[in-house]
Design a protein around this ligand. Sequence first.
Ligand code: DGJ
Length: 729
Amino acid sequence: MRSRLLIPLAMSILANTASGEIRYIAAKKIWHIESGPVSYVLGVNERNELQPIYWGKRLWRDDDLAAAHSEREWASFDLSSTTTPQEYPGWGGGRYIEPCLKVTLPDGVRDLVLKYAAQRIEGDNLEIDLKDMAYDLAVTLHYRAFPDTGMIRKWAVIANRTNHGITLESAQAGSWTLPRGDGYRFNYLAGRWAGEWQMQQTPIHPGLQVIESRRGNTSQQANPWFAIDDGQANEQTGRIWFGALGWSGNWRLSIEQTPHQQVRVTGGFNPFDFSYPLASGEKLETPPFYAGFTEGGFGEMSRLLHRFERAHVLPGGLTSRLRPVLYNSWEATEFSVDEAGQKALAEKAAKLGVERFVMDDGWFGARNNDHAGLGDWTVNPKKFPNGLGPLIDRVNQLGMDFGIWVEPEMVNPDSDLYRKHPDWAMNFRDRPRTEARNQLDLNMARDDVKEYIFGVLDKLLGENPKIAFLKWDMNRNFSEPGWPEASPADARKLWVAYTRNVYEIIDRLRAKYPKLEIESCSGGGGRVDLGILNRTDEVWTSDNTDAFDRLRIQEGLTQAYTPKIMMDWVTDVPNFNGRSTPLQYRFLVAMTGSLGIGGNLNKWSEADMGLAARMVALYKSIRKTVQEGLLYRLFSPRSDAFSAAQYVAEDGSQSVLFAFRTAQHFGYPAPVVRLSGLDERAIYRVKTIDSKLLDKVENASGAYLMNHGLNLRLGGDFDSTAILFEKIQ
Ligand code: DGJ
């Protein structure tokens, strides 16, 4: 067991890449989806229902697998129809579990009994057709295996082939059924504005536990990701079934333990206020629902997800470029942007080695504070009398590319756009419109609004072809989500159409401007999920840039998402919560993800500028390892006093350790740090940035570093260090 844990992830992944196959075993009517190290098995039972059979570590012998069979009735209260697990249960026919699909059929019938109809296998893809026992309502379940990580993606397409309209009341991507059992724990991410990504753990008990968003976007309050562990998993070991939805609108994950110890996770569109009419011939495709399995604890779970996201979700895949070091002016200037001020900041940023300069809010319309201007995406002539050209040119001359902030889905009532099109804001007729940050949501579900917003952004990018990057913000949640111009029956399609139209705008922009990169931001980390990540390059982690708070926030985000997308800025102190931490500490915290700087460089001393330039250079020498390597969380910041994270390059050639001490009881030493993921037999050159190693170690074997470990001289409050390890033989 011990030696298995020492195998670096890259090697354990490679060991399994050889295989992945989807087989239909006709004699038993079962499918075996082999996805690298994982098996997912489902079958058709004697009632022609599709039933999950197994999900976990890969099985190698199909002969071991029995055909699906229904479970017995427990009592007149728990019929066989509800004790028998189903892969994609409709609501009807005596089932009380969480349904994947709930409908009202043409004649008012609300009973849906889905039976197996057909299947197709093509490479790593499987499609299974289900059909209602009587009506021509068809569901195609799609499965795609990713053998390099063991991940599987499933989603459903619901087709109305009847001659009448039907209404969907719940449409889920699917459900994942765990091995029958007790004692599981549910791990998830919850939070709030400026406090996103807080890891939670709670026992799974009989009944339903739900996490969701009813806010119109992914939300800061909960994230559509789950990890269910066997009750004992830790960072290094333990069985974990995990997954995430690719959807940036209202979503829901329901974790259910039936009275018969069946544990399942159902996810998709949030059924809250959901009503989706499907006309004859129409279809609805659900969001994708991804899931994986590991025996290697939370650490390996995250490493699998990180690699999977880089390989299969993010634009550009494994060949996409490393994230550039970015400067953003928001905390320095807020809305007070102008050509001279931005140029002055850009000159200072360039001296530090910054590669991308981003101008934030305040450059357009009558935008001098958050009361006006949103919606009027024309350059403010007082602040930029010659347009954006001179600033962009100067930024480019300084060797940086240029990025700009937009919040396209929003409108201030005090704007020309709203005065012209008050109907474009979401509203219920003749009822008040709740403002948040003095702004309203545009109804992006409307095709005319979608086209207008695409046109605005297309014009901005067309007129300024050197804009390399958009920070796409969204600073409020929906309220009064009405759509008076749609028929009452269609009005609730807004929940789905809004997100789909935002996706479409981004996809069209990226197709037209292939070099454009985009950061997803929603007042911090309010829109981070595998749907938006399929079309954006990075995310704004949190509006909370206090380095100490950030340790937990960033640890939480990287449970589910790769550090490559995690934008972290170094900002000024005292921070907005009144705390001051040393500049090195702030840099090292930000360097555990994608490094940015957000302080007011006009106020930085020469010594600060010198340290910053050294830190940026250091970051560039390790960023491939940080952004694309294997993350080992050695000491969690959830314990507050001390934390450490280590990154190992996928090819094993480099590793970097970051260690942070928050406070010290007098005379109490920092814990010994034993590294992970190295090659026991290799020798590494050890390079400290500030001589905080107690033992003089200039080079050391992997065995020494992982077993003897390192003693660090980290004493004072908010002390920090980084140590580099280069494999020399
Ligand atoms: C919220 C973002 O999270 C901030 O970084 C900044 O862009 C402001 N919006 C600007 O209004």
